[in-house]
Design a protein around this ligand. Structure first.
Ligand code: PLP
Length: 464
């Protein structure tokens, strides 16, 4: 494809993308396919001769699109939304065209310096003090792995090669226990701390668990607190965790993968109290801040510690300015890095802090409204507090036992999702099957939330 042919096809593709974003809400949100259906339509061997762009696009429309789950759909209430947005998509196009590998300052000075700038903008926007420095990681899972590795290194520097433990609540994300395993601390080095009735970590039990470990010669290397757990957006008591971490010399990592964007709102800041005392913090602009995958914001207080844990400095990467610049290849796991700062820059400048705050407030308001509808219906019940824009609930008709209730709600959710107008997913809270209504897609309006509630009520009365 020559640059001129690229120009023609890129214009066609931009039209395709704009149509998609405009019309995605009128598509079924989930595909109607069975396993293997898409693959069976694809050739088993690669093409020997090049094919035209028109042929490839026709197959995109006819073979691939019917198998897509539409995350940008305004009826998206599943998991947590993974947002994109027009400015972010434009930046992604630009990043692809530039094709820069931004591992070092030397390999693209502007990419490094823009990342320094936008991460500092983001730090200010979420109210972190300037004792924190930011770096973009691909995912929160990777950021948490980096935090656990940093904690491991710090504990080993202080205590030598002794057994280490990492603590997080039973509701903490699976990436925490996975990070402990991947960091080589052993399958049993993760301690799942019980939670209270709000699903937040119990600091009294945490302290007892640490004392018990210490009595057996196990060092509490790291405590992971969560602001906005995956199942119910519970908020761990970060000030209490910071007290414990300081008393025992543990690294405090805070995971606010989804809810972290809410810190842009002054009214949500109380949920983030104590964060300034953490050693590291991650939240995902690729969830609730209008920025395409991958873009995780990782903030640390002790940058030299991070670099000690992650740097590799082979001769072939050394460059003249190494002593004066930031080389982000030493701030994470991968060597190669995309120019991710560009999309954050496009997003922050296009919407401004005000535009982002307006979107967040709208989602919080829609969740408040949905929660009120659930509360007003006698046969529905809320299953957890909802500090942000996730509502956890179930249908609870009288006279049904718990096992039956689980089956009933599972069937109810299946009927709602079978409409393919909206998509919700579930979790278990205190062992009970729970429906999650996660609001956060940038094109979602009150009408979409109201429709989800209407479908839920119709499903209850078997009209679906
Ligand atoms: N932490 C929490 C609290 C999450 O909710 C999630 C995903 O939903 C993650 C971590 C994992 O995020 P990522 O996909 O960026 O690794």
């Amino acid at each position: 494809m020559t640059p001129e042919q690229f120009r023609t096809h890129a214009h066609q593709l931009v039209d395709w993308m704009a149509d998609y974003l405009r019309d995605v809400g009128s598509r079924p949100v989930t595909p109607d396919v069975v396993p293997g259906q898409i693959r069976s339509q694809l050739p088993t061997a690669p093409p020997e001769a090049g094919e035209s762009f028109a042929t490839i696009m026709a197959d995109l429309d006819q073979v691939i699109m019917p198998g897509m789950t539409h995350w940008p759909h305004p009826g998206w209430f599943a998991y947590f939304a993974a947002n994109n947005s027009p400015p972010s998509i434009l930046a992604e196009m630009c990043i692809a065209a530039l094709g820069a590998q931004c591992m070092s300052w030397n390999t693209s000075p502007a990419a490094t310096e823009l990342e320094q700038t936008v991460m500092d903008w983001l730090r200010q926007l979420v109210g972190l003090p300037d004792t924190f420095t930011g770096v973009i990681q691909d995912t929160a899972s990777t950021a948490t792995l980096v935090a656990v590795i940093s904690a491991r290194e710090r504990a080993r520097e202080r205590h030598g090669n002794v057994p280490l433990a990492v603590y997080g609540s039973r509701e903490s994300h699976s990436s925490v226990s996975k990070a402990v395993r991947l960091a080589g601390l052993g399958d049993d080095a993760f301690r799942a701390v019980p939670v209270d009735e709000t699903f937040a970590l119990r600091p009294d039990v945490l302290e007892a668990m640490i004392d018990d470990d210490r009595a057996r010669g196990i060092i509490p290397a790291c405590i992971v607190g969560t602001i906005g757990t995956t199942s119910s957006t519970a908020v761990d008591p970060i000030p209490a965790l910071a007290n414990i971490a300081e008393a025992y010399g543990s690294w405090l990592h805070v995971d606010a993968a989804w809810a972290g964007s809410a810190a842009l709102l002054p009214e949500c800041r109380p949920y983030f109290a104590g964060l300034e005392r953490a050693d590291s913090y991650v939240f995902n602009p690729h969830k609730w801040l209008l920025t395409n995958f991958f873009c995780s914001a990782y903030f640390v207080r002790d940058v030299p510690q991070l670099i000690r844990a992650c740097s590799a400095n082979p001769e072939y990467l050394r460059a003249a300015h190494d002593g004066e610049v930031v080389n982000y290849r030493d701030w994470g796991i991968a060597l190669g890095r995309r120019f991710r700062a560009l999309k954050l820059w496009f997003v922050l400048r296009s919407y401004g802090a005000e535009g982002i705050r307006a979107m967040l407030r709208q989602h919080l308001e829609l969740a408040r409204q949905f929660r009120a509808w659930v509360e007003q219906e006698p046969e529905f019940e809320l299953m957890a507090p909802s500090p942000f824009a996730l509502v956890c609930f179930r249908h609870h008709p009288a006279g049904i036992d718990e096992a039956e209730l689980d089956r009933h709600n599972e069937a109810l959710l299946a009927r709602v999702n079978a409409s393919r107008e909206v998509y919700l997913t579930h979790t278990r809270l205190s062992g009970h099957y729970t429906i999650r209504m996660a609001i956060g897609q940038w094109q979602t309006t009150e009408a979409h939330v109201a429709r989800a509630w209407e479908l839920m009520k119709r499903a209850v009365s078997y009209e679906l």
